[in-house]
Ligand binder design. Structure first.
Ligand SMILES: *Cc1c(COP(=O)(O)O)cnc(C)c1O
Length: 955
């Protein structure tokens, strides 16, 4: 017997922690699949044409201790100054109870997007709290469950306004010049391919002339100024345009909320609600809309509905807006959002409550007004009279010197031109910080004596009079004991990787190791402002360059950009690079993007955002791209072909033989080849898209490279490109190091996207080494084929490739079973909950099927437990098909069974025992779903997307 695991683990001990099966299990599974060795299995499954030769050229594996040592050294190369730069990023204190019980708790961070709401009630409640918090603070009725950051939220607001505006064909959006610079830049990047004109204007003189469909204003502005936005909103509405206000949530505890001023949309960031700076991300952006626009909201929206017994239950609402169903007509391409960070921000509000938040805001405001008073006293001009936390000081010709002097004192200020310095106060600002700032300005006045004049720099007409966060959840958990128990109670409702496998196809729910996670809360990574001088972020830069290099090696590309903060954003970045490449070559007319019918929904939505027309290529019966149809489409669109977007291995979980031929045909027709690399877990160490014909790919570091899914985000979706596309990678207006000057502009608000979670993939690659990475891929393929082999006699496996093998996932077909018994995919998915499992991916890419991706991290015991459950469920369905159990009353259609069903009257033809203890493992380690099957349609008809009002809790 060979010992592939122990062999590699002798050099790379972490591999034995990351990979689930032991050598004897690998041998048994190989036996069941019919191969001698992992090498033989992979040689049979992976087409020779795409196989890369030799080991990956990566450093040999380190131990866990060594990786942490190296990361510690990198984090020490970052210098942590007092951050007073502002521009949308503020230092904050994550309540320690939230650090321990959420940010560092696998019960929260290893969960998946709550598509199976019955096992996600905890995080759905937390997200509903987030929506309620945003909705209350901004003064609009409906908020979504997070967007990727403030800048992309503003860009989403732009397209929402264009879709929703009535009675105008205007193509212009007006953007307040006092918007955050990164927001303006992201809006410009997104507007260009859509043919939207962006007019950046100082709105003091009113709106510029000409037709417009929307206006974006910042409140307070980037300069700190608080302006009354009512006149702008009224003027815009008079001209038939909509208005989006980018607002600061903390400021809104003191300022009249934009919703009360007539805004149609409010967007922003919830970062300063307890989410570390992290060199720019991840943070949760938000969007709220007025009544009538909710169906056009991008992103996830949590709503209240009811379960089979009529009990209140939460689930994702209005799913039909999303790209999984609407594809190129979707409201947005956003899929992975920022759930974990939205949960942290919501818990910050739960912890502090309305009074606590107001006190924090008042303290911040007092520091700012004290600073302004002292500056004035010392003869420095303060530009704006009305501000919340940010003071803009005019120091003619001295701005750079003041900023440099402050840096010498350990404080980062914002340079806003040769004469202007911006000083932003935040939750952690102290009197000592203010004193240091004054010294940098050369002002010797003590801020305390200046503390006498009018300390309120919020104009009387803009003081908030309405209440907020009155819901009990924001007014109950003041003691740490109460908070601790609330967090535990919510976590206990949910099924995450810390309970059992989550075999979601296309999602790669593998181990998120503790060692990988540890560094992200270290101050050396967490405390860096994204616009800090680059010399202060040396450690980050070194880590980023090294990671980009490793990813280039793994994918065979020439360059990598880690800026995109989700797979969907990587798709957009990659397609924009293709578009820019064609334009640079004078091929402006190339705008057709071919997409196979089986593609992930984000692909089509991203293509539209990149200004392309989607043309669908059919799938052949075996699930591969239909080459005849491809040739026909190429002939038809040859002159206008921009790209083909394919997934490899295909979304059918198969290594397609034809991929090199597809690439050749498309290149011959003048198109570029985009390979969606979300399934890279089937390729690492075996094949490189950059070498088998692709020009660009995005990878999902939150799938293949161990960033946890966080219950629906964060993610990182870097792109790799061949050399000819490198001039068109994303860049950033505030940091030249972020990308080429010739680039397409920023895709995300921060120069390096979600920088603070990059230590996770770094540590994974570092600890696995070339041998470990390859073994992980081989084991993932083995596990998928083992599951396929065990289930094959009970459910047909829909697609296979060479040797009857699948890649890293397999699709089992439930349609024959549905036909025979009436039992649907839904019924099986919900019944799996009774057996203690999270369902596989449902009805993607083929309706009526389940797509199972076990990953390399699951051992044979867990795979067998899952297969046993599936087989038992199949036997249950047979009892329905045979008529033994009625079609409308059996354990499948009634699943899942919460504990409450046991004490209700029991008139079912199966026993209580069969309902909840259907297997031994279900009995020994019972997961109790907190609710029964949820009626999604009911919730969509009666849309409620905030915590039910306090009256509902009064008895
Ligand atoms: C997950 C996935 C995406 C989308 O990635 P997000 O990070 O959720 O935006 C795109 N394509 C495929 C094939 C995927 O599996």
């Amino acid at each position: 017997m060979s010992h592939p695991l122990s062999q590699i683990a002798s050099q790379a001990p972490f591999v034995a922690r990351h990979v689930g099966p032991r050598d004897d299990e690998i041998a048994k599974m190989l036996d069941a699949v019919g191969y001698e060795s992992l090498d033989a299995l992979v040689a049979a499954a992976v087409p020779d044409a795409i196989r890369s030769i030799g080991a990956l050229d990566l450093p040999p594996a380190s131990t866990e201790i060594e990786a942490l040592h190296e990361l510690r050294a990198l984090s020490r190369r970052n210098q942590r100054h007092t951050q007073m730069i502002g521009l949308g990023y503020y230092d904050t204190v994550t309540p320690p109870v939230v650090v321990r019980r959420v940010l560092e708790s696998p019960a929260w961070y290893t969960a998946y997007t709550p598509y199976q709401p019955e096992i996600s009630q905890g995080r759905l409640e937390a997200l509903l709290n987030f929506q309620t918090m945003v909705s209350d603070l901004v003064g609009l009725p409906t908020a979504n469950a997070s967007l990727l950051d403030e800048a992309t939220a503003a860009a989403e607001a732009m397209t929402l306004m264009r879709r929703s505006v009535r009675g105008t064909t205007a193509n212009t959006v007006v953007v307040d010049a006092d918007c955050l610079p990164q927001t303006i830049a992201v809006i410009q990047t997104r507007a260009e391919p859509l043919g939207i004109d962006v007019v950046v204007a100082d709105l003091d003189g009113g709106l510029p002339d000409g037709d417009l469909f929307g206006v974006v204003v910042q409140y307070p502005g980037a300069s700190g100024r608080v302006r009354d936005v009512r006149p702008v909103i009224e003027a815009a509405h008079e001209r038939g345009a909509l208005v989006a206000v980018a607002a600061d949530l903390l400021a809104l505890t003191l300022l009249t909320p934009p919703g009360e001023q007539g805004a149609d949309v409010v967007v922003g960031s919830s970062q300063r609600f307890g989410v570390p700076l992290g060199y720019g991300g991840p943070h949760a952006g938000y969007m709220a809309v007025r009544a009538g626009l909710e169906r056009g909201l991008p992103g996830r929206l949590v709503g209240v509905s009811k379960d089979a017994s009529g009990a209140q239950a939460y689930r994702l609402a209005l799913q039909t807006r999303e790209q999984h169903i609407r594809r190129e007509k979707a409201t947005s391409n956003i899929c992975t959002a920022q759930v974990l960070l939205a949960v942290v921000a919501s818990m910050y509000a739960v912890w502090h409550g309305p009074d606590g938040l107001r006190e924090i805001a008042q303290r911040v405001h007092r520091h700012a007004t004290g600073l302004a008073a002292a500056l004035r006293h010392g003869g420095v001009e303060v530009v704006h009279d009305a501000f919340f936390d940010t003071v803009l000081a005019r120091v003619p010709g001295r701005a750079e010197a003041v900023v440099a002097d402050a840096a010498d004192l350990g404080v980062n200020l914002g340079l806003a031109g040769t004469d202007l310095v911006r000083v932003a106060c935040d939750e952690v600002t102290t009197d000592g910080d203010v004193a240091r700032v004054l010294r940098a300005f050369g002002v010797t006045v003590d801020p305390a004596p200046a503390d006498d004049g009018d300390h309120d720099a919020v104009p009387a007409g803009l003081r908030r009079s309405s209440g907020y966060l009155r819901h009990p959840v924001f007014n109950t958990h003041r003691s740490e004991t109460s908070m601790l128990r609330y967090l535990r109670r919510l976590a206990d409702k949910d099924y995450a990787l810390d309970r059992g496998m989550i075999p979601l196809g296309s999602c790669t729910m593998k181990l998120n190791a503790a060692t990988e996670m540890e560094p992200i809360t270290w101050p050396g990574f967490a405390g860096i402002h994204p616009f800090a001088p680059v010399e202060q972020a040396e450690g980050y830069l070194a880590l980023i360059r090294q990671l980009e290099g490793w990813l280039a090696t793994i994918t065979g590309y020439d360059a990598v950009s880690i800026q995109p903060n989700a797979g969907s954003q990587g798709e957009l970045a990659g397609l924009l690079a293709i578009r820019a490449y064609h334009r640079a070559g004078g091929d402006d007319q190339r705008d057709v993007c071919l997409i196979p019918s089986s593609a992930h929904g984000t692909n089509a939505a991203s293509a539209v955002m990149a200004g392309m027309r989607v043309v669908v290529v059919a799938a052949a019966d075996d699930g591969t791209v239909d080459l005849d149809d491809l040739r026909a489409k190429l002939d038809e669109h040859r002159d206008r072909l921009a790209a083909i977007m394919i997934t490899y291995p295909s979304t059918h979980g198969v290594y397609e033989e034809g991929v090199t031929e597809i690439a050749r045909l498309v290149h011959t027709a003048g198109g570029q080849v985009y390979v969606d690399g979300a399934n890279l877990n089937a390729l690492v160490g075996l094949a490189k898209p950059g070498e088998f014909g692709a020009d660009v790919s995005h990878l999902n570091l939150h799938k293949t490279f161990c960033i946890p899914h966080g219950g629906g985000g964060p993610g990182v979706g870097p792109i790799g490109v061949r050399a000819h596309l490198t001039p068109f990678l994303p860049n950033h207006p505030l940091l030249p190091e972020a990308g080429p000057a010739t680039g397409v502009g920023p895709i995300a608000a921060a120069p390096f996207g979600s920088a603070s979670i990059l230590p996770i993939p770094w540590a994974y690659i570092r600890m696995m080494g070339p041998g470990g990475l390859k073994l992980a891929t081989q084991t993932a393929v083995l596990n998928a084929n083992y599951v396929a082999a065990r289930l094959r006699d009970h459910f047909p496996v829909l697609y296979t490739g060479r040797g009857g093998l699948v890649a890293h996932e397999c699709i089992v077909d439930l349609r024959p079973l549905t036909k025979a018994s009436g039992i649907t995919v839904d019924d099986v998915a919900k019944r799996l909950i009774d057996y203690g499992f999270h369902a596989p991916t449902m009805s993607f890419p083929v309706a009526g099927t389940l797509m199972i991706e076990p990953t390399e991290s699951e051992d044979k015991g867990e795979l067998d437990r899952f297969c046993d459950a599936m087989i038992a469920i199949r036997a249950e369905a047979d009892r329905v098909a045979s008529g033994e159990w009625p079609a409308d009353d059996n354990p499948l259609v009634n699943a899942p069974h919460p504990a409450t069903t046991l004490v209700a009257e029991w008139a079912h033809p199966y026993s209580r025992e069969e309902a909840v203890f259907a297997s031994r493992s279900a009995r020994e380690d019972k997961y109790w779903p907190p609710v029964g099957r949820i009626d999604g349609a009911y919730g969509d008809r009666h849309l409620v997307c905030a915590c039910p009002p306090p009256e509902a809790f009064e008895h």
